[in-house]
Write a protein that binds this ligand. Sequence first.
Ligand code: SAM
Length: 206
Amino acid sequence: MDMVEHQIAARGIRDPRVLEAMRRVPRHAFVPPDVQNLAYEDHPLPIGHGQTISQPYIVALMTELAEVGPGSRVLEIGTGSGYQAAVLAEIGAEVYSIEIIPELGERAREVLRRLGYDRVQVRIGDGSVGWPEEAPFDAIIVTAAPVHIPEPLREQLKVGGRLVIPVGSIMQELRVVVREADGWRERAVIPVRFVPMTGRARESAE
Ligand code: SAM
């Protein structure tokens, strides 16, 4: 309750579905035991394998920007701990989440199953190619930063769908891409710092 009031609502997140979902998801269940006492603090935390669970405010902001509601079909790239996926599922979305590090994907799948988030499907693989069999999506949330937006992610949006993605290498910005009937409209929201997207997105940037 305190996290939502002081870190999220206080910074301007207004969508009641996002606020309520973040009050309900037990963030401590998604982090390793040695940092559980820090689970509701205002920063990212290590989850092993050099990866992190994002700061609560960033999870809230990305969820709000994605404009997700009950029944939305949402693709997430970078399952990590599974926390962002749980927040989306708590809103009532059908979530398809891809994680490239098998140990993290398997752990997240297990935590999500244990907590009853059966609207989340976790795939182990390279998310830069999206999930073509389940496309198109109402929203795509990417939680690792590519240098350029992978083309398959734009293509897997519905018309009217929204892609929320950090883009860049050292300097990154959070962008929202909206698919329109005749193309894509894009805007930058705030500077951010995410772990880099690996896999094909990384290779094509080098
Ligand atoms: N959304 C996560 C959460 O709620 O805990 C935070 C994820 S962490 C900031 C980014 C994750 O993206 C890492 O677990 C990393 O392994 C994963 N990742 C990086 N590149 C990827 C790719 N090409 N495909 C899928 N996952 C990727």
